[in-house]
Write a protein that binds this ligand. Sequence first.
Ligand code: ADP
Ligand code: MG
Length: 484
Amino acid sequence: MIVFKLFAFIAKIHLPMNTNELWQAVLGELELSLSKANFTTWFKSTFIAQFEEGEITIGVPNLFTKAWLEKKYHKNILVSLQNLTNARVRGIVYSVEAKQSEPKNLSASAEPETAPASSDTVYIDDLPQNVYEPTAQNAVPASDLTINNKYIFKNFIVGKQNELAHAAAQAVAAEPGGVYNPLFIYGGVGLGKTHLLQAIGNELLRKQPNARILYVTCERFTNDYINAVRGGQARQFKNRYRNVDLFLVDDIQFITGKEGTQEEFFHTFNQLYQNNKQIVISSDRPPKAIPALENRLVSRFECGMMADVGSPDYETRVAILETKCSNKQYPLDRDVLHHVATVVQSNVRELEGALNKIIAFHQFKNIRPELESVKPILASFQPASSRKTVSPKLLIQTVATYFDVQTEDLLGKSREKRLAFPRQVAMYLMREEMKASYPSIGTEIGGRDHTTAMHAYGKISDKLTDDEKLQHDIELIKQRLYAL
Ligand code: ADP
Ligand code: MG
């Protein structure tokens, strides 16, 4: 015993820092090599619980983190610990232990609970309190119909770029209101945020058919709030939003600059959070990067788990295509599949779009997709960097040729329909494909006014929503435009 203590004492004095400092140094190193979301999520509540005889015990908040650190970060942690202790650490054990003094106390926050309200804003909480009486009858329906039952975990392909968000979403569905509250998922368009949010809803509903689940877009929340204020429906609003077990809010970035809505969201958030109800939020960027988002909301959003979704890598794109093809019972040859995965890189929505186009085209023509027949269809999906840059001249020429009119006539004054329509299409495409300004479009198209260009863009955009022939025309023009 005495020998052991002495040994431990010697071990201690050899360490240049205490365990807390040591761990901070490790975290400092790890932080450099990880994304903010990963770092915060996995290392926020970790600490060195014990350091004895070359073995370090790292305290982690839950089994989920334990498994993840063991699987993903063990090597990095070990290397870092060894570097910092002159290789005196031989082994690491991860153990679920609570770090002392981390109360889940929202009001401990330094920020004021109520933001200064501009005088013309009416908040739900300013309305008479007695209108709010939650009862079983007026609670929200068990589930909200806006959840799509196709968005389930089973249909979600996991790759490096989304494994964190996927694992977090699963953990939340398994234990709503647990340690990952709120869960904040962020990333660019078409990368599966809505899919994951709704998968959590679907999964919980499967396990607990009576769970009260509310999925809303930020826009819907805002509109409901505005209508509630205008129509004196504060009670209904509160009943709808504050009596749920799972609150899924999509695209929260649109709350930017809406003071009243932010205030109301803050109170809704607090009420649910304090009752251990699960909140899941999606956004196109991390909380701090949302402009004009109140600090107290930023800190609420950051206090749980943050997970990012990124663009799928090549292997994931192939896996996604394979799965979608097999779901649609429309197998593609390997070379075709690999070509699609090479060309369409940006996001999963585009990948699905490309596949649907290929299927529609080949079913219509009743032929098998082959590399040569697929290539032109994908021309418009070329990643921006490798896409040919299009000049106004080329664009105008391509449109004129497609509609079989002379370029000079297209640019001329005649309002004949056979010329006016291609002219509008050309203006639409200059806006859409070249991101040209309206004045410059006007100038290029025979020195017209910018309002003419705006009108043309609006008209063609409208028409495109239900005119399949026009959709097809535009697609073919784009293919010619970008053909290599
Ligand atoms: P976001 O909300 O991030 O813009 P969505 O969730 O709407 O993206 O995803 C766009 C489309 O791509 C949806 O049809 C979705 O099912 C699909 N999708 C996205 N990510 C995946 C994935 N990892 N596996 C399978 N399908 C996916
Ligand atoms: Mg979405």
